[in-house]
Design a protein around this ligand. Sequence first.
Ligand SMILES: [Ca+2]
Ligand SMILES: [Ca+2]
Length: 210
Amino acid sequence: MKKKLSTGILAGLLLVGMLGSAWATPTTLISAGSDWNYTTSSTDLWTNWSAITFNTFNWDTAQWSTGTAAFGNANTYRGVTVNPYHTNWTAGTDLALQKDIVIDGNLLGPLSLKVAVDNGFILFVNGAQVAKQNAELFTSNWEYNLDIASSYFTQGTNRISVLAEDHGGLTYFDMQLTADVQPVPEPATMLLFGTGLVGLVGAGLRRKKS
Ligand SMILES: [Ca+2]
Ligand SMILES: [Ca+2]
C-alpha cells in the first residue's frame, strides 16, 4: 500500500516536472500606452521609404524625449471619437521611437505584433528590420496585425526601434507586443525538485529491501 503511494507521488512529481518545463506563459512585452524614448525626424521618411534601413537613421537617444503612447493629434475623425492620444505628434512630421524590453525565458512560437499608426511604420528588433508597412486613410485602431519570428529576439534585453511615418493631416502611433514565454526554472527549484526525487526513490528502495 505504502509502495503504491510512493510510486504514485513519484509519478505525480515527474508529471508536474514535465508539464512545468513545457509550460508557456502568455506575456505582454509591450502594452498599449507604454512609455517610449522618441524624437521628431528632421527628414521626411516617405521620400526614401523603400531605401530606409536601420543605419539610415541616427539612433543616438541622448537628446530624445520620453513620451507615453498613444502619440497623435486628434480625438475625433469625421465626427467620430477615436482612440485617445496621450503625447502630441504634430502632423507632417515623422517620429523615431525606441524602448528596451526584457524576455525572461524561452520564446515558444512567433510573437504577436499589433500596431496602430497613421500612416506607416518600420520596426527594427536589435537592429534588424522585421516589418515595414504603410496604409492610407486614418489608421488608429490596430489595423496592423503581424506575427514576428522569435529568431529576431534573444533571452534578456531586446532593443525595439520604430520609425513612424505621417503623410500629413491626422497622426497616430501605439504598439502592442505579446509572446508565449517559457520560464527558465531557477537552479534552486531544479535542485529542490531533484533532491525530492532522489529522496523518494531512496525511500522506495529501502522499503523494497526490508
Ligand atoms: Ca512623413
Ligand atoms: Ca496622417
